[in-house]
Design a protein around this ligand. Structure first.
Ligand code: HEM
Length: 132
């Protein structure tokens, strides 16, 4: 086994599916509860169950675990799938703050949380589709 294969994935370090699910659930609970995230909450459907499932399935694969999202929906095409929602700097930053708060509350290891925040930021910034 090579070093890369021997090293645990972010998925494993998060605690596998149960850990990813707990992070996603906390992320959407906070989005629902915290006035600071009302702007991005308003972009989502009233019922968040579908959003929770999709983010959970996606993150499992994105973090190096099973490809549940691709198995169900094919290539994620994340930027195209976000085009119906107006996403600028404010929305990107609210989503980042919400995810960072969720990671802190789930007590992720500091190094893992920092690496994930960088990776989330790259993807969140790529989702921007309007000025401001
Ligand atoms: C930049 C700020 C972002 C905003 C405001 C945002 C907002 C949204 C909204 C409103 C939906 C639709 C939810 C639904 O259909 O129930 C969605 C879907 C989704 N988002 Fe984001 N998102 C952002 C960034 C990201 C990032 C960084 C990721 C991944 C790392 C991500 C992953 C997903 C996935 C996997 C879906 C489901 C796509 C589908 O199958 O329809 N999003 N997002």
């Amino acid at each position: 086994m090579s070093d890369a294969e021997a090293r645990p994935s972010a998925f494993e370090r998060l605690g596998g599916e149960a850990g990813v699910r707990a992070l996603v659930d906390r992320f959407y609970d906070l989005m629902d509860l915290e006035p600071a995230y009302a702007g991005i909450r308003a972009l989502h459907p009233q019922q968040l169950e579908g959003s929770r499932d999709k983010l959970f399935w996606f993150l499992c694969g994105w973090l190096g675990g099973p490809n549940h999202y691709i198995d169900r929906f094919g290539h994620p095409r994340l930027r195209a799938r976000h085009l119906p929602y107006a996403i600028g700097i404010a929305e990107r930053d609210q989503r980042m703050a919400c995810m960072i708060q969720a990671m802190q509350e789930q007590q992720l290891d500091d190094t893992l949380a920092r690496r994930l925040a960088e990776a989330f930021f790259g993807t969140a910034d790529f989702m921007r589709n309007k000025g401001g």
